[in-house]
Write a protein that binds this ligand. Sequence first.
Ligand code: PHE
Length: 449
Amino acid sequence: MSERGNFGTKIGVILATAGSAVGLGNIWRFPYMTGQDGGAAFIIIYLVCVLILGIPGMVAEFVVGRHSGANAARAYYNIGGRKWSLLGYGGAITSMIIFGFYSVVAGWCLQYLFASTMGQLNGDVTYVQHYFKTFSSDPLKPLFWTVAFIIMTHLVVVKGVRKGIERASNILMPTLFILLFIIVVASCMLPGTKSGLEFLFKPDFSKVTRSVFLDALGQAFFSLSLGTACLCTYASYFNRQTNLVKSAVQIAGIDTLVAILAGLMIFPAAFSVGVRPDSGPSLIFITLPAVFQQAFAGMPVLGYIIGVFFYGLLVLAALTSTISMHEIGTALFYEELHLSRSKGAWIETIVCIIIGVFCSLSCGAVDITVFGKSFLNFCDFITSDILLPLGAFFTCVFVGWYVPKNIVKDQITNWGTISSRLYGIWLFVVRFICPICIGSVFLHQLGII
Ligand code: PHE
């Protein structure tokens, strides 16, 4: 345990955990799910999921993590014994699968950073669509960027918790926020954005199909990094003063704001330039180049600079998320297998490279399909729509019903030093509302209710 660190400052805790939450989940996945699932109605269901299931679920993971101050498997083991430690191991496996496919998308961002720097993305929408298709189905290029991205993550993680993660998040998060804001304004000033804004804000509940509920729930958990034991691992580095409830609310607030900003950045522009909102995972990659060109048509240099900066920050936002995914496995391997931190990190890195390679190749270069989905889409689906909700469900059951009440109360009230007003409501939600709602969404998806 000697290599364990603590997050140095109060704001460092929030920013690093928010750095884990904010990433491609907000800027790439949220717009594409919203586009596929019908717009505003999906967003409303998503917001309800964040509020009543996401925030209480985050607090539950924090409780387990900070109480134990150990890796995810040990954290659950310390309180619940062997059986419950499976939740920690399960979370580590889920996060490895996410890390694998996430790195492919982060690799696409790296390629876009390179291409926009070289001025290769200048052209109309048809050109950019063709560019994306040709690039993503190439056998070698995306593979190279995927592996490069995983190695980048590896290098940050072996540098240690405080130095690597905290320092990076302190600068990146606020910068990303400002840039997003500028692009939203530019995107909304394009001609013909009214239907894009209506798509985002005018709900049409007739578009809500059976799968929209599970998609919204999965997206909420994915975006908050909930259900993978990632929050539990980060909370093990929190200090005794961190207010768990307040932190969860702040992080969920930042995360949701970034997702909505991403929606505002993509949809007005997509409708303006004629990209279909249900274009799937390629949505932001075919819409954004058009924004940078057309919204800044009068000032091409500014468009160029903003484009390059944006892809750069997107890569860094993805990095602060993959650092947290990587940390779950690394902490678990080095503490449980008694290895050095660097060896633990290598195991995680190698497994994720293998998953990443298959995901990357499945995007067109080689036919790797599972249940009719490309391997990348399958990994995305199985984690977001099944493993994360299951992880969150069992975490809530564990914290609500099995963890001794004195431990839970100490964690929520910081050993009696802060108000316990919310304790009763939160406990009720975690014991009843979360398991019932998550369970019902599953049963609804299966057609049972
Ligand atoms: N929340 C991250 C994002 O939105 C993804 C993530 C999922 C990170 C699970 C850690 C664990 O990009």
